[in-house]
Design a protein around this ligand. Structure first.
Ligand SMILES: [Zn+2]
Length: 407
């Protein structure tokens, strides 16, 4: 909670416009140059930049090495006191409580000197994610997260954590200072903490917004968000892939079917039959997600009535390898005889091959789309009932809005 004095101070100040909507939380990772903290805080506490935010809490995530640097430079409060005076802020505006310094420790709870190996790295990820999650669980907070300090692994972990748990209002930032000032701080002999005059070009401070995609909170449920970070990332990845598959179109060009990045080529007869079923589905006037009816799923008799068209297409697909005489013979026999018994035998054997080809050759991407042979029993009143095998009618129940015939 902010003190009475700070609340009084904030009245009538030109604070960052969104500041009144949120409790402001500042989180920084820190390594060997804790000056990054003073530079970033100066940027937000000074009215000069037009981004003034009064932070209710300032949190630092660091290792033992980082803590030593903080201790040496900042924790006695002298620099913070000076900054408050320079900016005419009430004393105590910048407060870092003991419990607000989050130290990264190993599996046994030992505080890490530095992040050096895979296990340390994993602990750091979990810890950083826990901190970010707990503060973003509170709907009235806004997080300003500085990624400028600390090791690169910490930077990438906190960025990942913000992608998992961040909300629209939260920001990831990186403070930028003139390279000369950066060099002074790197040498560590003379330390530059913040500008004495923010309008001086040689002391120019800037803050870059780091663009991130905030996904976790928008794609996952509250229970899923409680999963350990790595598990959570894989669940989220899966969800995004499913969503992409869901939006993808099935593009049909001859024997070739394309879905997202995958292309599949069926045998000529399977391609002819899939195309026939999909075209039927595509032109039917039932609902796009119809579970199967006489409009979108033809009976065997329907199929045999259209056999000339099917076989004509087959002839064009199989022009290179097929036995022309046999094909012509078959077309003539089946179409001219109207011998349904013979025709049915022929059709049943091809439906079986089609079913096998669809089951064996498809990735989960195609299966999610519904590219499989559906079978129906048809009652004497014409009602359709889905069955596992055989049946009198068949179809492929792909959403027609996702079917595109290119050729
Ligand atoms: Zn239908």
């Amino acid at each position: 909670m902010l003190s009475e004095e700070l609340r009084e101070y904030m009245k009538g100040k030109p604070l960052d416009p969104e500041s009144s909507d949120f409790r402001e939380i500042f989180i920084s990772i820190s390594g060997s140059t804790p000056q990054i903290l003073t530079e970033s805080l100066y940027y937000y506490l000074s009215p000069y930049f037009g981004k003034q935010r009064i932070f209710e809490k300032i949190l630092i995530i660091t290792t033992r090495h980082g803590l030593q640097q903080l201790d040496r430079h900042l924790l006695d409060g002298e620099i913070f006191g000076r900054m408050e005076k320079d900016l005419s802020l009430p004393s105590g505006t910048i407060q870092i409580q003991h419990e607000d310094i989050k130290l990264i420790s190993d599996q046994n709870g030992e505080v890490l000197e530095d992040i050096r190996n895979t296990e340390d790295n994993e602990e750091a990820l979990t810890m950083i994610c826990n901190v970010i999650k707990s503060f973003t669980d509170e709907p009235d907070t806004r997080l300003t997260v500085s990624v400028a300090g600390g090791r690169k692994t910490m930077t990438s972990h906190i960025t990942a954590a913000m992608q998992l748990y961040g909300r629209d209002q939260d920001e990831v930032i990186h403070v930028l200072v003139p390279s000369e000032k950066e060099n002074i701080n790197a040498i560590g002999r003379d330390v530059w903490y913040y500008p004495s005059d923010p309008s001086d070009p040689l002391q120019k401070l800037d803050v870059a917004q780091v663009p991130i995609l905030k996904m976790g909170r928008y794609y996952l449920t509250g229970d899923q968000l409680k999963l350990p970070p790595r598990k959570l990332i894989s669940v989220l990845q899966r969800k995004l892939e499913d969503a992409a598959d869901h939006a993808a179109l099935l593009r049909i060009n001859g024997k070739e079917f394309r879905l997202g990045p995958e292309t599949i080529t069926f045998s000529p007869m399977a391609a002819v039959m899939i195309r026939y079923f999909l075209r039927r589905r595509f032109t039917a006037e039932c609902e796009p997600d119809c579970p199967g009816c006489e409009l979108c799923c033809p009976t065997k008799i329907d199929i045999l009535d259209n056999i000339t068209d099917l076989l004509t297409e087959y002839r064009s697909f199989d022009s290179t390898g097929g036995n022309h005489d046999r094909i012509e013979d078959r077309i003539n026999k089946i179409s001219s005889d109207v011998n349904y018994d013979k025709g049915l035998n022929w059709l049943n054997s091809h439906l079986t091959s089609l079913r096998t080809e669809l089951t064996n050759s498809l990735s989960s991407r195609y299966r999610n789309l519904g590219l499989e042979l559906a079978n129906f029993k048809v009652s004497s009143e014409g009602a359709y009932r889905k069955v596992q095998k055989q049946g009198e009618a068949h179809g492929i129940l792909v959403d027609r809005q996702r079917i595109v015939f290119e050729n």
